[in-house]
Design a protein. Structure first.
Length: 149
């Protein structure tokens, strides 16, 4: 199992929005610049986050992005799923298992257990915690950060 670039960039995008949108939102070009992600690559990420209703435009089109709910209500698994990944360790524990031996597989309970452990771990990390770590790492002054806790 490997975390793909879209998921990694999706997390970084959400952290940037949560950390910097303040009262007017943060523009896609600013997210791209701060996170060193091409604007073109950011387009489908932003689209996925909007479709999942994790972010919205502050004042309609041509405005910056803000979170649609508090950063303390958004967990990492929600962001991963917004990127179109169910994040299942193997296909047989996913929503559409293709294995013909699914009902007779001695390993399936183990895979389900591992999948649940990973999912619960990802659910235990909230965007607000990642924003705090981002702030500590980048040493951004308190008056320049906005928390949605």
């Amino acid at each position: 199992m490997k975390i793909n670039t879209k998921i990694r960039y999706g997390l970084r995008t959400m952290i940037e929005i949560a950390a910097n949108s303040e009262n007017c939102g943060i523009f896609q070009k600013d997210i791209a610049k701060k996170q060193e992600i091409s604007e073109k690559y950011l387009d489908p990420i932003i689209s996925s986050l909007k479709k999942a209703e994790l972010i919205v435009n502050f004042k309609g089109k041509k405005s910056g992005y803000i979170l649609n709910k508090s950063a303390s209500e958004i967990n990492v698994l929600m962001i991963i799923r917004a990127m179109g990944d169910n994040f299942d360790v193997v296909e047989c524990v996913g929503p559409n298992p293709l294995c013909a031996k699914i009902n007779a597989c001695p390993c399936r309970p183990m895979w389900n257990g591992l999948n649940n452990v990973i999912a619960n771990y990802l659910k235990s990390w909230f965007l607000s915690e990642l924003v705090t770590k981002y702030k500590e790492t980048n040493k951004i002054p308190e008056d320049q950060m906005m928390f949605f806790i």
